[in-house]
Design a protein around this ligand. Structure first.
Ligand SMILES: [Zn+2]
Length: 146
């Protein structure tokens, strides 16, 4: 499996490029393909707020808190029990921090996927969002006429 290595700055700019509030920053689990954000982790009971779930975000699949089992073929929104903290190393992305350490992380989704995901209720069964999704969002429309 190819592992993509990027710097922390590049990682953060990929997240900012999603164009959604930090609690909607979206990641895709490498095992089950479920797109997830801090909102999903909070809804699943992983923590009370963004600060509490940040350490899990993009690292442990939301399924660890929803009682989901091992990765399945179908994406049902519940995720799987995967964590990058396990013995098996199957991540596709490593983020290198300024101290030179590598941190495995889930891949950030595309801006279109993040915006589409932000419109869904947390943890609802959902289809996988294709990369080519039109960038539509239910988030702020700052009053400019369509
Ligand atoms: Zn998963």
């Amino acid at each position: 499996m190819n592992v993509r290595t990027i710097t922390l700055d590049e990682f953060l700019s990929e997240l900012k490029a999603q164009g959604v509030p930090q609690e909607h920053f979206a990641f895709r689990c490498p095992m089950c393909g479920t797109i997830q954000s801090a909102v999903d982790l909070i809804a699943a009971g992983a923590g009370a707020d963004f600060d509490a779930v940040e350490k899990h975000l993009g690292f442990s699949c939301v399924g660890r808190w929803t009682g989901a089992g091992t990765p399945k073929d179908t994406i049902d929104g519940r995720g799987c029990n995967w964590t990058l903290g396990g013995l098996l190393q199957t991540h596709k992305l490593e983020v290198v921090t300024p101290d030179g350490k590598c941190h495995p992380r889930f891949e950030p989704c595309t801006p279109a996927q993040a915006k589409a995901h932000a419109c869904l209720p947390p943890l609802d069964p959902r289809p996988s969002i294709p990369d080519s999704t039109e960038a539509e969002t239910c988030l702020e429309s700052s009053g400019s006429p369509a």
